[in-house]
Structures are given as C-alpha cells and as structure tokens.
Design a protein around this ligand. Structure first.
Ligand SMILES: [Fe+2]
Length: 206
C-alpha cells in the first residue's frame, strides 16, 4: 500500500475501535478514550513501521476469520495492515521463564506507539496474539491497561479473581500494578490492548 492508504487504514481501525468502545460504561474505557483523543493521528506524525513477523502470526488467519463475525470492519483493517505490522516480544521473556513453547506462541504489535503507525504520547494501543493452550502467567506493570479481546474462549484473571473466560468485545481493565494473567484454550487469541500512561516501564513477571 502507498503511504497515504496505510495511514487511512490505520486511522479507520482506530476509529472503529473508538466507536465500539464509546458506548461502554465499563471501568477504564473513559480513560482510554480521553487519552486516545489526545493523540496526534495526523499526516505529519504518521510513520511506517518496519515490518517484523513472529511464529505466532501463523494464527492470524484463524483469528481474523473469527473477528470477521465479531466486527468485519476491524477484521478487514487488520488484514490490510498485516504486511506493515511490527510484531515484537517483551525482551525479558523466554521459555525458561514462561514455559516451553511460549515464545513461539506470543507476540504483540503497536498501532499507536513507537513501533506503530503514530508515535503516541506516553500512550500505546496495539494487538496481542497468543497461540492455543498458552498461559501468560501473573505479571504487573505501572501502566493502566485495557484489553478488548477480538476472539472468544480465552481466560483472564486479575487480583484475586480466578481465570474466567471472556467473550470477544468484553472490556478488561487492569489498574496500575494489579497482578493479571491470561490463558488460552483450544483457539488462539487476538486482542486489542492499550496502555494509557506510564508506558516507559515494562511488565514484570511474578
Ligand atoms: Fe498487562
């Protein structure tokens, strides 16, 4: 895609997520929408990520087939941006810490952020992928975090809660420093995520 088209698709994706979240009164949504409204998504700051693939992206087609039912606009936009996405992993993570196979089955990219299409101002928004039967164990970080899964059947927990399955479109809010974890079942996960501030400090496993 030419630059202007990529920018337009990235904006279309962001606007669709914004419009889907806007009616929600769930905790954290207002903060995400306020911080998103403060971000510069203009042509002057548009940047094209250096694409990077990871093994977990092999599951993207399977995820997007499910997302196409949940929200065809989002599925199409993610599919169009796919060649430009810069999939990354947290540098401190490895299979010794997280279990054999985790690194093959984990990755995230930014839509807004230093590795995304717009740099963001202490604000990140992106996509997380986990392969089937993966446990992203207890971790925490100072950034307030919103997850908005685009696929169903993944279990989530925070604080003292047990792992609980959340359907696509469920708002999941992690206040600063709260312990949280994610576990997939038989199907992979694709989820939107956002860190609304305090983005300089990475997640720490417990
Ligand atoms: Fe987190």
């Amino acid at each position: 895609m030419v630059k202007i088209t990529v920018a337009a698709v990235a904006r279309r994706l962001i606007e669709q997520v914004r419009s889907r979240l806007a009616p929600s009164s769930e905790m954290g949504v207002a903060e995400v929408l306020v911080r998103l409204g403060e971000q510069d998504l203009g042509p002057r700051v548009f940047q094209r990520p250096e694409p990077n693939l990871l093994p977990v992206v092999d599951y993207l087609d399977e995820c997007l087939a499910e997302v196409a039912v949940f929200d065809p606009i989002i599925a199409r936009a993610v599919g169009e941006l796919r060649p430009d996405l810069r999939w990354l992993q947290s540098k401190a993570y490895n299979d010794a810490l997280l279990g054999t196979g985790f690194i093959q089955n984990y990755g995230w990219c930014e839509i807004i952020g230093p590795n995304g299409f717009f740099p963001g101002n202490d604000f990140l928004m992106g996509l997380l992928m986990l392969g089937p039967n993966q446990h992203y164990p207890d971790h925490l970080h100072p950034a307030p975090e919103l997850y908005w899964p685009l696929t169903s059947h993944t279990e989530w927990r925070k604080g003292d809660e047990p792992l609980t399955p959340k359907a696509a479109g469920t708002v999941i809010w992690h206040p600063p420093h709260i312990v949280h974890a994610t576990r997939t079942g038989l199907t992979p996960l694709l989820a939107f995520w956002s860190w609304t501030r305090a983005t300089a400090t990475p997640a720490r496993l417990l």
